[in-house]
Design a protein around this ligand. Structure first.
Ligand code: TXA
Ligand code: MG
Length: 347
């Protein structure tokens, strides 16, 4: 909910606290083909009726996203798997049972009930049941599956608050008709995407459910995706703030201090991200001219605040972010993935 609890209008974007009346209004807009931004446990989504090709076209236009990048289709309950997927594999069923509602997207063969506009013309569809009361209430009231990419312009940092969504779309024509404000997102990075078509399961994007948990349920290892990018988040540069991003591996405070010193020596405004709240890499080792972007106590906290801190850095006029990578287990794998893409050379 917005701090004041009131409806806020920001340059033609209407933001409402996600109460029953606002959810009813949002469902009505969606049934008429408009776009609605809504909170999920991962990030805010830019939703449209997944059975309405014209509404789906509006998502691609508003985001500036290439039409061949498929969208995730959100469902109200795990029981809907068979309505939108043709013969899901036993592995797909097991994953849906174990992790829905939750931050796991399962790529399965699509049924004709899903508009090809949602799947970028692919024979498969990415499905997930979000674990957020507002998203679930909206899905139920709309009575349709909702295609929803993250509610940001293509290639940019995903939004984790309603204010982030308005910052992305204020002044952009064809953006959401309404932004439902459900407060900050609990997970903070996007869902894990696993392709389960019957052969070896493939991890297409690390995310809110650690890969180890999925491997435990399936009783086998996930293959990593190779070849041309199959998910848009797999492109080299993505999730990028305006500031340049430089990465430092954990466990080497001297390397961190040296990276900060070298960046400051270029005369730019420098910030440090992912500093642990305690331990050898703590602030006292660093040049105090560098801005510390809120230290993190755990990997879960790092995931939750990652995008928010990158946005803060941009707002504060930071030109160079030195990011300390987390260890690559649990949510650390998703955080490392997003930071690598934020640091990749920009087109
Ligand atoms: O947490 C999330 O997943 C958020 C919230 C809003 O649910 N959504 C999200 O959507 O991150 P988006 O569009 O930003 O990323 C969806 C990713 C893209 O990289 C897309 O290529 C991939 O999912 N994807 C969707 N359907 C696919 C399919 N059939 N095959 C392969 N990749 C697919
Ligand atoms: Mg996205």
């Amino acid at each position: 909910m917005s701090a004041s609890g009131r409806t806020v209008s920001s340059r033609a974007l209407i933001v409402r606290p996600a109460d029953d009346a606002a959810i009813d209004a949002a469902a009505e807009l969606l049934r008429h083909g408009a776009l609605v931004a809504f909170p999920t446990e991962t990030v805010y989504g830019l939703g449209a009726d997944a059975t309405d090709a014209a509404a789906l076209g509006r998502i691609f236009a508003a985001k500036g996203r290439p039409a061949d990048h498929p969208l995730i289709v959100h469902l109200a309950a795990a029981e809907e798997l068979d309505r939108w997927s043709e013969n899901p594999s036993p592995a797909a069923r097991r994953l849906a049972e174990a992790f829905w509602p939750g931050p796991l997207t399962i790529v399965v063969p699509r049924r004709d009930t899903v508009s090809p506009a949602a799947t970028g013309g692919k024979p498969t569809v990415g499905l997930r049941v979000p674990d957020h009361p507002v998203a679930l209430a909206l899905l139920e009231r709309t009575g349709r599956p909702l295609a929803a990419p993250s509610a940001n312009r293509f290639g940019r940092v995903s939004p984790t608050t309603a204010t982030d969504v308005t910052a992305e779309f204020a002044g952009v024509s064809g953006g959401p008709g309404l932004v439902l404000d459900g407060g900050p997102c609990r997970v903070g990075v996007e869902s894990t995407i696993v392709e389960v078509l019957g052969g070896d399961p493939v991890l297409l994007r690390p995310g809110g459910i650690p890969a180890e948990f999925i491997e435990d349920v399936l009783g086998r290892a996930l293959q990593s995706a190779s070849g041309p990018a199959r998910a848009s988040g797999m492109l080299a540069s993505h999730y990028a703030p305006s500031a340049a991003v430089e990465l430092v591996e954990p466990g080497d405070p001297a390397a961190l201090a040296a990276a900060v010193a070298a960046a400051l020596a270029t005369g730019r405004r420098v910030a440090v991200l992912g500093l642990p709240s305690a331990g050898p890499a703590r602030r006292t080792e660093l040049d105090p001219a560098a801005v510390v972007l809120g230290p993190v106590a755990t990997t879960e906290e790092y995931a939750r605040v990652l995008y928010r801190r990158l946005r803060e850095a941009d707002r504060a006029g930071v030109e160079h972010v030195v990011a300390l990578l987390p260890n690559p287990d649990g949510l650390g794998r998703a955080v490392r993935d997003r930071l690598r893409k934020a640091a990749a050379p920009r087109p």
